[in-house]
Structure formats: structure tokens, C-alpha cells
Design a protein around this ligand. Sequence first.
Ligand SMILES: O=P(O)(O)OC[C@H]1O[C@](O)(CO)[C@@H](O)[C@@H]1O
Length: 552
Amino acid sequence: MNVPQTKLSARYPLDLPVWQELKDHYRTKMKRADMRDMFKCDKRRVERFTLDAGDLHLDYSKNLINAETQKLLARLTCEAGVPAAIESMFTGKELNITEERSVLHVALRSKMSDQIALEVDGVREIWGVLTKIESFVEAVHAGKIAGEGGKRFTDIVNIGIGGSDLGLVMATNALRPYWRKGLRFHAVSNIDGTQLADLHSELDPATTLFIVCSKTFTTLETITNAQAARAWVKDVLGEEAVVRHFAAASTNHAAMDAFGISPEFRFGFWDWVGGRYSLWSAVGLSLALMVGIDHFKSVLAGARRMDMHFRTAPATENMPVVMALLAVWYSNFFGAESQAILPYTNRLDRLPAYLQQLQMESNGKSVRRDGRPVKVKTGQIIWGEPGSNAQHSFYQLLHQGTRFVPIDFILPVETVGEGNGLQQKLAIANCLAQSEALMEGYSADDARVEMRAAGVAAGRANSLARHKEHAGNRPSSTILFRALTPAVLGQLIALYEHKVFVEGTLYGINSFDQFGVELGKHLANQLTAVVQQDEAYNGRNISTTALLKRSR
Ligand SMILES: O=P(O)(O)OC[C@H]1O[C@](O)(CO)[C@@H](O)[C@@H]1O
């Protein structure tokens, strides 16, 4: 492929003088720094290391940084060309150089008056598609668009995978208190067929609307699941019913034609919307159906609010930039391999999974924008679970293990709807207790004294003290907000999208392609024929051949 030279003047981290200065700063001052001392010496630490953007408050004071780190990281932002990269995104420059595309998910949540890249093909169509979504959603809610026999739809089934599933499922779960009465939501993504099989016993096809979501409309899992759902509807209701029970979001109109999606039930988007950045496009149709168009628009408005902050705030006050800098600081100087995402609301139970794709598909790259090997650590490994579930699972490792895992705690102060009593207060207390425990720790001496006071014999207290010790000095940030409303959710998602982009820019990589998923797909296609037809396999690897034999 003839890849054009980057339109962005990429500057690579190891060539930047400030990278070396950060290395020295880490080695001489921060490697052995103790946050507890830093809090004691700097009474303004919380003030210095907290930020507000829209409805989100970020406290990053419990991190291994000081004023000098902050200065050096801000310089890194400038020297790596982050402000220019941000502007390139908002002005529709071809940031995705390998696929020769602009990256314009920000346009999807803009107002036309914001004039974001209106000259790029398709951008002016955004608001027309949104109006079409609005009419569709309202007609479904009013029962004007209905299932076979005029029955109102009671169940929405999104069929999609990756970017056509994860964000949507995460957001729809997050906004459950806003669900329309009488509508239930389901998602089918995986190839093995069990999700759809489970729905067979649960749903009545006559009241079920399937939304096939696929940017390409060629993805094996999605097309296989969609065909299986189509066959089910056809079996139960007849071929003529199919057209009333399937809507789709895609850029591939020919494939939607071939599937039999009627023009009124199809919603287009454009190649400059990356799959993992597509929730804001027609891919959000199921979400709009579940929460209603006004709440869907509030999600978009929330994201726009974060976009405006991201575009205009200086580096040290720019929330996505600060979070990206922390990620670079920990991955490349402290050697952190992963980052834990710990939301203290079960409504965000799919946030870690969504962020896995966002971060790891975007920045899991080993080649720079100029095609040369990247020599820094890219792509944090993201993992997590909602607290306090996770406290009873893997927090042991976070508190006393040998690995270095920076954490993002995500904390709503109130729940939306019911449940603002004792349980919500307990959630707040647990979240704050964890970040404090991680940082302050618990010394072996304190453990010994407490055990002695509780009557434990001196010998036993001495031998147990080390086991009870929490070293502390373990970093975390806390993102706090009042409640998980649609607007707040939009801000939160946009925050992480921009964080991932800034990180990629700092590394000099393209965060918007995903060639790394292609080889496996290609081999799966070859193997599918072999598995189906029971053929001999002359693959490249004898272990695969042996496993295949065994599976037969
Ligand atoms: O929306 P599509 O085209 O079905 O793709 C689904 C997902 O597959 C991927 O291409 C990776 O396999 C993702 O980037 C994308 O979100």
C-alpha cells in the first residue's frame, strides 16, 4: 500500500530532549519518592493535582509526581506536538494515515454551528442521520413501527461485535434507570452461537427488533449471528416479516441491501468513524431506543462538552492530556504493564471491557507513524471490575503484590433513581478507603502494636507483622462526579477516547487502525473450511494440526 507521509509532523519520544530529562528525573528523584512525604511537604498538593472538566472532577494527587514532573510532562506534550495533533483531529486532517482517513468521531457529537470539518465527505449528513434515528425511535416507542401483526416491540437485540457492541452495551447498562418502560435490551456478539440460543427460549420474535450493527457489514461473527436471527424470524413468522424485524447501522449499503434491510430501517455512517469510536453514530441506535432520543442527545452533548475542554484547555489543566501523561509516565518510566479501572457503581460493569478495546486496539502498536519500530512501551493492558466486588477478588494483589498497577477509581456520589441510602454511602466509603489504604499503607510496626493490644502473644505478633504489612505508596487517580447521568456518561467516554489519542500521539503511533486483528481472521477463514469439511490441514504449525485432529 502506498501510505502517504504523515500529515502530522510526528515527533518521536526518544528523539525529544525532554524524554531524557524525564528519565533522569525518574532515576534521581521519583524512583524512590514517597507520596506520604510529598503530601506532608506540600500542603497545596491536592489543589495542585486536581482538575475539573464539565461535571467530572479528577483528583490525581495520589500519584508519584511532583511539581517538576508536572512541568516536564507538560513540556513533553508540547515537544511531541500534542496541541497540533488535537487541532488536526478537530479540523479533519488525515490522522489515520495507514487507512488514509480523517478521524472525526468528535464531529458526530458537534453542533453544525461548531463547523467541525464540514468539508469532509459525509460530515454534513450527520444531522440528517440523527433526525432519521429520532423519527425511527419515536415511531417504535409510539408503536407506529411494530412487529408482525402490529405487536409493539418489547425487546431490542443488538447484533454486533467489538466497536459495534462494547461501547453500546456498556452505555446501555450504565443508563439502565433511563430505560423506556416496556423495552428490554439484549446483545449478541460472540461467534459460538450461545447468546442467540439463550434468547430463543426467552423472546418472542413477533415482538423483537434486531439491530445489526457493523461498520463493514462483513464481520464474520455479526453476519453469522444476523443470518441465524434472520432464519429464526423467517421460521417463526415467515419471510415477509423479516423486513419489519431488522434494522441496521453500517457504512456498507450494498451489503444491507443484500441482507434485506429496508431503506427506512437502515442508518448510515462514514469511514472516518472508527469502530471503537462509533457509539455516537448510528451504532448508538439501540441505546437511543432504550433511553429515548433526548437522553441519547444528552450523551452526545456530554461528549461535546469534554471535546471543547480537550480542544481548548492548556496541557496542565487538560484532563485527557493529564491522564495520558500519567499513563506514559508509569508505563515507560516505572515499568507498569497494566492499568486497573475500578468503577464504584455496578452500572459501569462493562466499562473495563469497553476500555480494553479502546486502549489496546488503539495503542497496541509496535510501529511508529513513519513505519519504523517504536522503541517505547505502548498500549497499557487494561483490566478491572466494579468495586466493591473486586475488593473480594483481586485487591489483595493491588495492596500487597509485587506488581506495580496504577489505578483509576471512578466514583459517582449519588445513584440515579433509587438506592441513595446506606448502600450508596457504603460504596463511597469503600472507594475512598481503598485509595487511601493503597497510598498510606500499614506498617509492620503498627500491625505488631495492634496485635499486642488485642492480646496476641509477642512471638506470634512478630511473625505475623510482615504478612500484615501494606507497603503503601501505590498510585491511583479518582474521577468523581455527582451521578451517572447521560451527559456525565458522554463526558466520561470522551475523556478516555481523548486520553487514548494523546497517548498514541506521545508515542508517535497511529491510534486509529487495527491491522493486528487481521491475520487471525484470515487464518480462521482457512480453518473454517477445514473444520466444516473435515479436510486434512496442511497448516504451518504441527501443534494446530494436532489440536484439530483431537477436536475431531
Ligand atoms: O463494525 P464491524 O465492521 O463489524 O467491526 C467490528 C470490530 O471488528 C474490528 O475490526 C476488529 O476485529 C474492530 O475494530 C471493530 O470494532
